[in-house]
Design a protein around this ligand. Structure first.
Ligand code: ATP
Ligand code: MG
Length: 362
C-alpha cells in the first residue's frame, strides 16, 4: 500500500494542508518549526493511531484552540485500487476517534493490519542507549503489529503480575501462608503467557540481530532474560518457567515482589568487537547507524511476516553521520523500493539523492 496524497485539517500547527505524494521517494523541506515532523506524524497516525511521542496524547494533535482534526488520504492498495481513508478526532469531554474507509466506518485494527509504517526519529538512539523498558516497548509494538492478538496477551500478563505482587504483599502483611497455593495458580497462568510473549520477542530479536550482522558484521542483538539466566539451556517450555517461578516463591516473599518474568527482559545491542553492550563503547555516529538499521530491520521483519511493504518515514536523522555514512545509509534506506518520506531542514541533503524524488516545500 502507498499513499497518493495527504490532506490535514486542524492538525497541530496546520489549519489546512494538502500535498500529493510520490510512490517512491518524497522529501519534505522546511525550516525549524515549519511542520515537517507534523506531516510525518500525520502519515504514521494512519497506521498506529497514536502520536509519535510516547507521552503525547491524541488531543495534543488537534490544532490549539480548535475542537476537531481530520486527516485524509487516497491509499493505493496492493491490487492497485484507490481507497479513501479518513481519520477524525473530535474533542468533547473526551476525545472521539473515528476511521472511515471508502465512506464506511472501519476499525483501527483493520486499518493497522493493512497499512504499515516505520518511523525513523532522532530519539531512536535510545534503542541502543536507553532503558530496557524503552526497548521492550519497541519490541512489543513490533510483535503486536504482526500478531495483533499479542496485545491481549501482554495486557493480561501485566495484570496478573500486578495481582501476584499485591498477593505477595498481602501474604507478607498477614504473615499467613494460606494463600501460597494461589501464588502457584498465578504462576501457572503467568508462565503460559510469558512463554507466548517470550517466543515472539525472541523470534523478532533473532531477525534483527541477523539483519545487523549482515550489514555491520560486528554488531548483534541479544535477548536478555533473567528466566534464561536462571534456567540456562532449559528455558524452552512453559513447565520450566513455571517450575522456576514456583521454586522462587520463598525468595519473592522475602523481597516482596515477583523476581522472574518477561516484564524484566531486554533486547541488548552488543558490540561483538568489544564483547560488551554497544552503548558502552561505540561512537555517536555508530550508535545512530545501529538505530537506523534496527528500524530498517523492523520494517524488513514486518514485510517478511505480513507481506506488506512498510511506508518509511524518516525524520531528519542523518545529522550525526559523515558524508560516506550518509550515502551508505541512504542507499540502504532507498534499496527497499518502498514509499519513503524524508524530512530535512536544509536542501543541502538533496545532493545525496540521485533522481526520481518529489520535493515538498513547506
Ligand atoms: N496542537 C498544536 N497546535 C498548534 N501548534 C502546534 C501543536 N502542536 C505542535 N505545534 C507547533 O507546530 C510547530 C511545528 O512543529 P514540527 O515539530 O512539525 O516542526 P518541524 O518542522 O519538524 O521542526 P524541526 O526542524 O525543529 O524539527 C511547532 O512550532 C509546534 O509548537
Ligand atoms: Mg521536526
Amino acid at each position: 500500500m502507498w499513499l497518493r496524497d495527504i490532506s490535514i485539517t486542524n492538525f497541530r500547527k496546520f489549519s489546512e494542508f494538502r500535498t500529493e505524494l510520490s510512490e517512491s521517494v518524497n522529501i519534505i523541506l522546511g525550516p525549524n518549526a515549519s511542520g515537517k515532523t507534523t506531516l510525518i506524524e500525520a502519515i504514521q497516525y494512519f497506521s498506529t493511531f497514536s502520536p509519535i511521542k510516547p507521552f503525547d496524547m491524541d488531543k495534543d494533535l488537534i490544532k490549539f484552540g480548535e475542537s476537531f482534526s481530520i486527516i485524509k488520504s487516497h491509499v493505493i492498495d496492493d491490487k492497485g485500487y484507490e481507497n479513501e481513508l479518513v481519520v477524525s478526532l473530535q474533542l468533547d469531554q473526551v476525545i472521539k476517534k473515528k476511521v472511515k474507509l471508502n465512506q464506511e466506518n472501519s476499525s483501527f485494527q483493520k486499518i493497522s493490519s493493512l497499512l504499515k509504517t516505520v518511523t525513523f526519529l532522532v530519539e531512536d538512539f535510545y534503542i541502543v542507549i536507553g532503558s530496557p523498558s524503552y526497548r521492550r516497548k519497541i519490541l512489543d509494538n513490533l510483535v503486536i503489529s504482526i500478531y495483533p492478538e499479542m496485545l491481549g496477551t501482554k495486557i493480561q500478563y501485566k495484570k496478573l503480575v500486578k495481582q501476584k505482587n499485591q498477593l505477595i504483599k498481602k501474604i507478607i502483611d498477614s504473615k499467613s501462608t494460606e494463600d501460597i497455593d494461589l501464588i502457584k495458580a498465578y504462576n501457572a497462568k503467568i508462565s503460559e503467557l510469558a512463554y507466548k510473549i517470550f517466543q515472539k520477542r525472541v523470534e523478532a530479536t533473532k531477525f534483527i540481530s541477523q539483519f545487523l550482522k549482515e550489514r555491520l558484521g560486528n554488531v548483534s542483538v541479544k535477548y536478555k532474560t533473567n528466566i534464561y539466566d536462571a534456567l540456562k539451556d532449559n528455558y524452552h517450555s512453559v513447565e520450566s518457567i513455571r517450575n522456576l517461578l514456583d521454586s522462587n516463591i520463598e525468595k519473592e516473599l522475602k523481597l516482596g515482589k515477583s523476581l522472574y518474568g518477561i516484564h524484566l527482559d531486554d533486547m541488548v545491542i552488543i558490540s561483538d568487537e568489544f564483547k560488551n553492550e554497544a552503548r558502552l563503547f561505540l561512537s555517536q555516529g555508530q550508535i545512530r547507524i545501529i538505530s537506523i538499521l534496527v528500524k530498517l530491520g523492523i520494517a524488513s521483519f514486518i514485510e517478511g511476516k505480513t507481506g506488506k511493504k512498510c511506508i518509511l518515514l524518516i525524520d531528519d536523522i542523518l545529522g550525526e553521520l559523515d558524508e560516506a555514512n550518509k550515502k551508505s545509509i541512504l542507499k540502504e534506506l532507498l534499496s527497499t523500493g518502498n514509499q519513503t518520506v524524508f524530512a530535512f531542514f536544509s536542501d543541502d541533503y538533496l545532493k545525496l539523492f540521485e533522481s526520481n524524488y518529489k520535493v515538498i516545500k513547506i
